[in-house]
Design a protein. Sequence first.
Length: 132
Amino acid sequence: MGALGCGIGFAGATITLTQIVVQLMQRHLDEASYREAAGDPLLAGLLAGVAIGAFFGIRRSRALENIYQRGVIGVLAAVGGLLVGFLAALLHHLLGLTGLILWAAASLALGIAGGRWATVGTGEAGSGKGTA
């Protein structure tokens, strides 16, 4: 579960930070420049979030011997990150830019906590478990 939380958290934070960048572009660029440039960073951030979610989902689940299970965790982390990013858009409409910043911080905290949980669960060196 830690690997999944790690991937979802980091993917969601990446997508939410992308939405913050696009929101700041909307505030500081004129309408024509914004319409021309806004799609590129949003698409790049969405793809980066999916890639980060899959990467951390697979990387943090490396203790599993079954490669199929690792792949499923990677896909679930990527899709979960997309859902977290889509929920960020809802929070933006409710709370504005402040809501996006809080959601990005919460997603990042989920990613860090999931990563620590996955590390402790594997008994890696320096995690406080395992043989001396």
